[in-house]
Write a protein that binds this ligand. Structure first.
Ligand SMILES: Nc1ncnc2c1ncn2[C@@H]1O[C@H](COP(=O)(O)OP(=O)(O)OP(=O)(O)O)[C@@H](O)[C@H]1O
Length: 318
């Protein structure tokens, strides 16, 4: 499989073929170092990522690769050690406490892995969706008009997520998939510009996971909300057009999928893998490429007219 290398610089946006633009999520050289009992852990080691407005992107990677750390930063719960992270125009390194609260209420919505973290157990699905509206001053309170608007918004979201039939049930009376779809409705209540989901299918079986991923895709398509889903789910690439791999705290490769219609009118799906090249020219080779050619320690490089050649150094040293 060919590996195409999109050059990213400060003007460029995420992926290959996309015009330079300010991404809705724009991370540059993001570093997060945790110090625990005198030992430093570099959870993010210069991560660069752009997500365009309206895109739905899956972020995949092994355990410990830094996915949750990135999502905590993007959700405004954690601050990076260095680098920059700008989400929907909010510079997350320059925001004060009050701006962060406003950011979390209005700009981003989150869905977490644990259903218990997403929903209040003693409220029904409809009441759960109403909570963020009231916190933002959009629902409840005075005036029948405001209440009716909030009711309409709750109904609209429950229909969009196809959980209107469980509107009056509490989380304990719903399936795991229904709970997560209600959680997406809660996250979307205040019409955020960006939706972040951290392992939203982590506690679900394969069929239910597919349902929740499709629900995220439906919401993304219907509302245009920029969506970033962190997942271990190996089937996620069937539900999204762009899958970004994170390895050792950096984005390493990404797979773009699209449909093409050939000259006979038949539709076929095309998947292309790209390596991410950072501002200083670093990129990671996919592990299967490294293994296939037994690449190790150092490799032989050659610049060809239209590509860069990477060969095992040991081949010619023997
Ligand atoms: N608060 C913390 N203190 C110390 N180290 C941390 C902290 N949070 C995360 N780490 C470390 O940072 C690295 C990245 O962790 P992170 O949770 O972001 O990975 P992940 O890709 O989300 O993993 P998983 O898929 O298992 O959730 C790991 O080595 C982890 O042990």
């Amino acid at each position: 499989m060919p590996v195409h290398v999109p050059v990213q610089d400060d003007r460029s946006s995420a992926g290959p073929g996309r015009p330079p633009a300010g991404g809705e999520i724009r991370c540059r050289d993001l570093v997060r170092v945790f110090a625990a009992e005198g030992v430093e852990v570099q959870a993010l080691q210069g991560l660069t990522l752009d997500v365009e407005p309206g895109e739905l992107v899956a972020l995949v990677g092994a355990s410990g690769s830094g996915k949750s750390t990135l999502l905590s930063i993007l959700s405004g719960l954690d601050t990076p050690t260095a680098g920059s992270a700008v989400v929907a125009g909010t510079d997350l390194l320059a925001t004060g406490r009050r701006e962060r609260v406003a950011y979390q209420r209005h700009t981003v919505g989150f869905v977490w892995q644990q259903t218990s973290r997403n929903l209040l157990p003693y409220l029904t699905a409809a009441e759960n969706v109403r909570v963020p509206l009231e916190l933002a001053g959009r629902g409840g309170g005075r005036g029948a008009g405001r209440r009716a608007a909030a009711d309409a918004r709750v109904a609209e979201l429950l229909h969009l997520l196809d959980v209107h039939d469980v509107a009056d049930r509490r989380p304990g009376q719903m399936s795991g998939g229904q709970q997560q779809r209600v959680a997406v409705a809660v996250a979307m209540a205040n019409a955020p510009r960006v939706l972040l989901a951290d392992e939203p299918t982590g506690e679900l079986d394969e069929a239910t996971s597919a349902e929740v991923l499709e629900a995220l895709r439906a919401v993304n398509e219907a509302t245009g909300v920029t969506t970033l889903v962190v997942t271990h789910d190996p089937t996620v690439s069937e539900h999204v057009a762009r899958t970004v791999q994170i390895r050792d705290g950096r984005t390493s490769t990404e797979v773009l999928r699209r449909s093409e219609v050939d000259e006979h009118g038949a539709e076929r799906h095309v998947a292309e893998e790209f390596a991410v090249l950072d501002r200083v020219g670093r990129m990671q080779l996919p592990p299967d490429f490294v293994a296939a050619l037994d690449l190790r320690d150092r490799v032989r490089l050659a610049l060809e007219p239209d590509h860069v050649q990477v060969r095992p150094a040991q081949q010619e040293e023997r």
